[in-house]
Design a protein around this ligand. Structure first.
Ligand SMILES: NC(=O)c1ccc[n+]([C@@H]2O[C@H](COP(=O)([O-])OP(=O)(O)OC[C@H]3O[C@@H](n4cnc5c(N)ncnc54)[C@H](O)[C@@H]3O)[C@@H](O)[C@H]2O)c1
Length: 437
């Protein structure tokens, strides 16, 4: 099919490249001229496994192109996927849906033949209903410009794989023609057994935020348990393993650590709380405020632990930090707990040296006052303390012997609960982690 993807950031660039890989003709629309030029050269601005390779292959084959023109998008596509951003508003918990509004308002006047617009962005419940009205009111074909909401569940670090093999496809719609078109479009996934949920707009919008709220709750739950473990001499990893064997609970997302971050979970749960307030049901969502608080508290606790580990005074302490991205296999530093902690330590006078295998550049853009190293070992040169904050596999491979003669003091904090604490202790290191014995 001939499809278009409006907004080519993490979600849109991945969707565009993956759909070209499935054989569709794809026209991506990106408003940022620099990003658009890079994409047109087959380059992606972020690190995401497989993405650069798939995208450049299809730019080269001519199956994937990019534009900045709504008119071209409208003329080209049978299906238009809207993948623009919905960040948190600067001074509110609410989502900023202005990019969504602009995209629909910009596209609608050019829709002069019956078509389907598919919203994929994560939006507050009620947005789709409103965008359907924008389409009907502003497009020459009126109500023949159909709308579906098809939330995206891809995980950064697995984005291409998740897009090509999603664990479910949710279609929020009001018209059987939209369902038929989407089922045809997603036939390769449906044929391999991917479950499809066909529902209304509101449910489709809620599925995404409810899923993120649940995942955030799981993480904050185990982080709260980590604090209980510390107070009682228990071990949170043994605890998580043990409760995780219960199928009703499951082990995933039960890794205690410095908490969640990124461009989705934090802003999505805050937007959910805000929307609940607008709907007059704030009390029902109050628990999500606590989930957010527990998450923030983890970051603050790490700053306190670091202070204690360097002897009570951060000013002048040298701290080597492993990790800046909010998760491994990504260079995304949006609301990254690793960077927040590094920034706070720096503000309190510590001399912080950060190394991330992929995110040094993106981290440097947001936190230019931190210093960045070219390797994990270099980050620890002369360090009084090493902090392991993002769970890249290469950090797990580092042994105490690798840091012999590198650090000034043998002290390490594991913020992800994956290092072999016994091995570090046996080598004479002072070790701390969250919720561990
Ligand atoms: N990043 C993820 O892992 C992920 C996963 C699932 C869902 N989502 C949701 O997908 C949406 C997009 O997220 P993202 O991380 O890709 O954001 P992003 O900021 O990386 O990308 C948005 C892109 O849209 C472009 N844009 C904005 N307005 C435009 C317009 N009118 N026309 C064309 N381009 C326009 C921006 O320049 C930017 O490149 C959000 O709602 C997010 O919550 C993201």
């Amino acid at each position: 099919m001939r499809i278009t993807v409006i907004g080519c950031g993490y979600l849109g660039a991945t969707h565009a490249a993956a759909m070209a890989d499935l054989g569709h003709e794809v026209l991506g629309m990106e408003i940022d001229p620099e990003k658009r030029a890079a994409l047109s050269r087959g380059e992606v601005s972020m690190f995401e496994p497989q993405l650069a390779e798939v995208l450049s292959r299809h730019v080269e084959s001519g199956r994937l192109r990019f534009t900045g023109s709504y008119a071209e998008v409208a003329a080209f596509g049978e299906l238009h996927f809207v993948c623009v951003g919905t960040p948190q508003q600067p001074e509110s918990l609410a989502a900023d849906v202005s990019q969504v509004e602009t995209a629909f308002a910009g596209l609608a006047p050019h829709l002069d033949h019956p078509t389907l617009v598919v919203g994929k962005s994560t939006v507050p419940v009620g947005t789709a209903e409103w965008m359907a009205q924008v389409l009907t009111a502003n497009s020459p074909v009126g109500s023949e410009a159909l709308l579906a909401w098809n939330p995206e569940f891809l995980r950064e670090g697995f984005a291409v794989q998740d897009t090509l093999h999603p664990d479910r496809i949710v279609m929020g719609l009001q018209d059987g023609r939209a369902e038929k078109l989407l089922r045809d479009f997603y036939a390769p996934m449906i044929d391999e057994g991917t479950p499809v949920v066909v529902t209304d707009y509101a449910t489709a919008e809620l599925v995404k935020v409810a899923a993120n709220a649940f995942l955030a709750t799981k993480i904050s739950f185990i982080n709260a348990m980590a604090e209980v473990c510390e107070a009682t001499g228990a071990d949170v990893v043994d605890l998580a393993d043990s409760i995780g064997y219960d199928d009703r609970i499951g082990r995933r997302f039960l890794n205690a650590g410095i908490g969640f971050g990124g461009g989705c979970l934090p802003k999505d749960i805050r937007a959910f709380v805000h929307r609940a307030g607008e709907l007059g049901i704030e009390d029902a969502m109050t628990f999500l405020r606590h989930i957010d608080d527990v998450n923030q508290r983890q970051r603050e606790r790490v700053v306190d632990i670091a202070r204690a580990m360097v002897g009570g005074k951060l000013a002048g302490a040298r701290i080597g930090v492993w990790g800046a991205a909010f998760k491994p296999d990504s260079d995304d530093v949006r609301d990254s707990p690793a960077l927040w902690i590094s920034g706070q330590l720096h503000l309190r006078g510590a001399r912080v040296r950060v190394y991330d295998p992929q995110a040094n550049v993106t981290a440097g853009q947001g936190y230019p006052t931190l210093s960045y190293a070219d390797s994990a070992i270099e980050a620890c040169q002369g360090a009084d303390l090493v902090l392991h904050l993002t769970e890249w596999p290469e950090f797990r491979q580092i042994t105490p012997a690798d840091l012999d003669g590198v650090v000034a003091r043998q002290r390490i904090f594991d913020g992800r609960n994956v290092l072999d604490l016994d091995a570090w202790r046996s080598a004479g290191w002072k070790v701390r982690a969250l919720g561990r014995r």
